[in-house]
Ligand binder design. Structure first.
Ligand SMILES: Nc1nc2c(ncn2[C@@H]2O[C@H](COP(=O)(O)OP(=O)(O)O)[C@@H](O)[C@H]2O)c(=O)[nH]1
Ligand SMILES: [Mg+2]
Length: 218
């Protein structure tokens, strides 16, 4: 897939209608500062599309971007900011809950974790939450440029163990070098256009359908 067009649509702080509502959606979740906004910019080849904010936890809305007029990327508010008050945390969970469970067009979640660190309990809770609601997800390990390729592969097993996913289900990504970009676009393409089920190869004789055979009682 090639990204030819990407526009910011709007920011919402609770689930409500927005322009482009109804297009398939892919959401980006992860701790504050893990690189969600940078990943959107890298995928869309636009350094200014999602402002990568310097201050952790500053993005407290769901920011929506329309890509190729074909799907929506939703940048979810980050979690794990230490200074947040109880009130802010409640607001955050209310917003996430209403979006993740209420958004009918949400097809997949990209869960971002820093490739340099073992994921935190909050990351594991997010995985448990996604599994609980049966939301398909892919784990994207960000900031891969900060490690050598060898070190990247050495770090993946611990990340997989903590999140209970196989190392080969983890995608290393760098918004700086675009490592992983082609693979992620391929993954998104497959999410948007799942392969048609294989033809069973069974050919039914003419005039026969499954529901006009003799019933058991006859
Ligand atoms: N070296 C490097 N830095 C990154 C990468 N992705 C994000 N960053 C930096 O990490 C910080 C937080 O990124 P941001 O995208 O704002 O994270 P967000 O809070 O999850 O949206 C910024 O200073 C980014 O420049 C990456 O792939 N490589
Ligand atoms: Mg951000």
């Amino acid at each position: 897939m090639r990204v030819t067009k990407a526009d910011f649509i709007t920011s919402i702080d609770r689930l409500k209608p927005f322009p482009g509502d109804g297009l398939p959606q892919i959401a980006m979740a992860g701790r504050s500062n893990v690189g969600k906004s940078s990943l959107i910019n890298s995928l869309c080849n636009n350094r200014r599309l999602a402002r990568a904010s310097a201050e952790p936890g500053k993005t407290r809305t769901i920011n929506l971007y329309r890509v190729n007029d074909a799907f929506i990327l939703a940048d979810l508010p980050g979690y794990g900011f230490a200074k947040a008050s109880g009130e802010e945390r409640r607001r955050w969970s209310g917003m996430m809950e209403s979006y993740l469970t209420g958004s009918k067009s949400l097809l997949h979640v990209l869960l971002l974790v820093d490739i340099r660190r073992e994921p935190e309990d909050s990351d594991r809770e997010m995985v448990d939450y996604l599994r609980h609601y049966d939301l398909p997800f892919t784990v994207v390990c960000t900031k891969a440029d900060k490690l050598s390729r060898a070190q990247q592969s050495r770090n993946l097993p611990a990340i997989g163990r903590k999140l209970i996913v196989q190392p080969w289900q983890l995608l290393s990504y760098s918004a700086e070098t675009h490592q992983g970009r082609e693979e992620l676009l391929q993954i998104i393409d497959t999410i948007l256009h799942p392969a048609a089920p294989q033809d069973s190869g069974i050919i039914l004789p003419e005039n026969l359908s499954f529901d006009d055979g003799p019933s058991r009682e006859e």
